[in-house]
Ligand binder design. Sequence first.
Ligand SMILES: Cc1cc2nc3c(=O)[nH]c(=O)nc-3n(C[C@H](O)[C@H](O)[C@H](O)COP(=O)(O)O)c2cc1C
Length: 155
Amino acid sequence: MSAVHPTRGDEPMLDPLQPRLYNVVYCSRSAPGVDAADVERIIASSRRRNPAYGITGLLVFGSGVFFQWLEGPRDSVTALMETLKADPRHDTVVELCANEEVRERLFPEWDMEFVESADIREVLLDALDDAEDPKSIAALGVLLEHIDGSTPDTE
Ligand SMILES: Cc1cc2nc3c(=O)[nH]c(=O)nc-3n(C[C@H](O)[C@H](O)[C@H](O)COP(=O)(O)O)c2cc1C
């Protein structure tokens, strides 16, 4: 490994041998007719496939919107994103953020966890709290508006 991760201030020392983690968060709109049974099939096949590629994360589905958090090796996540973009069960895939760093997984135990639709608003509001890129903030605003039928208060 050639990556150098100097210790700054009181940040903990990162192990340079620890692999980098690539993380992508996206939202999309489900295709007409996609229902809970389709989502169950997506989760089941994701749980079968993701461990082989070192991918973990979560999938939220509600109000016709998917929200997925993917983390794993860059090549695996990038390849999955290409497959996902071509999946006819959704469209309008909006990548909210993508980054790579040496850090621990947020969801090490979740090959692909389904988050209840009742929680989607909270998950999107949390993402809005953390978002810094104006494009991500705008995209999250559109999704929240889609869910609420009103413009969220982002002040
Ligand atoms: C919203 C959504 C999320 C998905 N998440 C995953 C995933 O985490 N892992 C996965 O292997 N496939 C996932 N899929 C399914 C893939 O698009 C694809 O169908 C699957 O990887 C099988 O690909 P193949 O038919 O080319 O073998 C997801 C599909 C959708 C619509």
